[in-house]
Design a protein around this ligand. Structure first.
Ligand code: AMP
Length: 264
């Protein structure tokens, strides 16, 4: 399948070919047509799967469908929430790369950067904001930002955001968005808290490659030996010797235990 077949515009197809991509990745194939159709999407996708282009390309196209070139200042129509500054910078870079032939403006709102500069950028206006939640809440507190025109919300690496304790911030931000909007949730894992968040935010979502909880890779077999504690080291030695294993990674519970085992 080609990128053309996904229904992307010629400007986006040009930007894609500038990057040298020839075929969409599985998550792109599955997610892009649904996002273009305006559906909410819950996608289980890790870094390296092409997930960023998977939401950025259709997001840009959706914004272009109702783009008003005379609107000044520009209003925030898409909000992408991410767990870290580094990821925010990567997502912004992708938006700029794929949107190179489009008149849309994207800004990054993250901690550790000048707040005054961000206030100026927000006043100047933009179509897309990529943000970490803490700094975005600071701007909401100070009434620097107007989120009442947001049409699309993306939660990228949502599982990491929950792990980092950002759920209250996420809830607050969502409370400030219009009720009618398109929601995209990307997460590497699909745990109970992610399911709960997805249930709250997403409306009849399309499921894309949803990762199963805690699965072992097909190439790994697991075995358990029930033996007395005093025989553990002898068994390990026997397994290594009898199987002629050349490389073995052993996990132990304590630093002290690791030292002792290494000496033995
Ligand atoms: P991500 O999973 O979004 O972090 O993307 C991983 C990498 O894959 C990035 O460096 C992208 O530039 C690259 N990439 C994304 N989509 C494609 C594609 N269809 N073909 C080849 N590379 C891609």
């Amino acid at each position: 399948m080609s990128f053309q077949a996904l229904g992307l515009s010629s400007q986006l197809l040009n930007a894609i070919s500038d990057q040298g991509y020839t075929t969409p990745t599985p998550v792109q194939k599955q997610a892009i047509p649904h996002i273009l159709a305006g559906k909410d999407v819950l996608a289980g996708a890790q870094t390296g799967t092409g997930k960023t282009a998977g939401f950025t390309l259709p997001l840009l196209q959706r914004l272009m469908e109702n783009h008003d070139p005379h609107q000044k200042p520009r209003r925030i129509r898409a909000l992408v929430l991410v767990p870290t500054r580094e990821l925010a910078a990567q997502v912004l870079e992708s938006i700029k790369t794929y949107g190179a032939h489009l008149p849309l403006i994207a800004e990054m709102i993250v901690g550790g950067a000048s707040i005054n500069m961000q206030i100026r950028q927000l006043r100047h206006g933009c179509d897309i904001v990529v943000a970490t939640t803490g700094r975005l809440c600071d701007h909401m507190n100070e009434r620097n930002i107007n989120l009442s025109n947001v049409e699309m919300l993306v939660l990228d690496e949502a599982d990491r955001m929950l792990d980092m304790g950002f759920l209250p911030d996420i809830r607050r931000i969502i409370g400030n968005l219009p009720k009618k909007r398109q929601n995209l949730l990307f997460s590497a894992t699909y745990s109970a808290p992610i399911k709960a968040l997805a249930n709250q935010i997403l409306q009849n979502p399309i499921l894309v490659e949803v990762a199963k909880p805690n699965v072992t890779a097909d190439t790994i077999s697991e075995m358990v030996y029930g033996i007395a504690r005093e025989n553990k080291r002898a068994l390990l030695s026997y397994l290594i010797g009898s199987n002629n294993w050349q490389q073995v990674l052993v996990f132990v519970r304590t630093k002290h235990g690791a030292d002792r085992l290494e000496k033995q």
